[in-house]
Design a protein around this ligand. Structure first.
Ligand code: AMP
Length: 179
């Protein structure tokens, strides 16, 4: 396959692996690792995400640790714009702003560097999977508190029935696949 151009019609959706009871009993984990391992699948998934992001006319990609980073960086490169990481506590070295939010079980906190975004920058937020929407909502709050504009979010997979669309009603959202 070396030297072959990627098959952009590759069916990356069929490469997503369902892992029952991970990380806790009752959760069906949507594992994109097999997509990442497949050159055509990776190319197709990131190309679709890039076009969804392009439509939002962003100035910058904000992506969420950790799988969001894997997808966000190629999108930023393809669009010729910058990349800003949103990370879990204790990871970012400079001064940060943070948002705490509720998970299905417990609480989580996300951080972003205080100098990461310019005033009025148009931000597209990237992650792999949308479930309850809490992670995207918290990330959009970090963007807004920085004085930037969350113009939309793109995800590869959306798990329906968990209230995310209602929760994120004000955030334009493109999911490549509903599951
Ligand atoms: P939520 O905040 O509930 O929308 O959860 C989204 C975040 O948790 C994303 O960063 C996902 O990577 C991860 N996540 C939540 N549920 C799943 C799932 N069933 N399969 C894979 N990742 C998930």
């Amino acid at each position: 396959m070396s030297g072959a151009s990627p098959n952009l019609a590759a069916d990356w959706r069929s490469l997503v692996r369902d892992v029952p009871d991970f990380p806790i009993p009752g959760i069906l984990f949507k594992d994109i690792v097999p997509v990442l391992a497949d050159p055509a699948g990776l190319a197709a998934m990131t190309a679709e995400l890039t076009e969804a992001a392009r439509a939002m006319q962003p100035d910058v990609v904000v992506a969420i640790e950790a799988r969001g980073f894997i997808l966000g960086a190629p999108i930023a490169l393809a669009l010729g714009i910058g990349f800003v990481p949103v990370r879990k506590p204790g990871k970012l070295p400079f001064t940060t702003r943070s948002v705490a939010y509720a998970l299905e079980y417990g609480e989580a906190v996300l951080h972003m560097h205080t100098d990461a975004l310019g005033e009025g920058a148009r931000v597209v937020i990237v992650d792999d999977v949308l479930a309850t929407g809490g992670t995207l909502e918290a990330s959009a709050q970090l963007v807004t508190e920085a004085g930037a504009i969350a113009v939309g979010a793109v995800v590869a997979l959306e798990i329906g029935g968990l209230g995310a669309r209602e929760r994120l009603a004000r955030l334009p959202l493109t999911a490549l696949q509903a599951v």
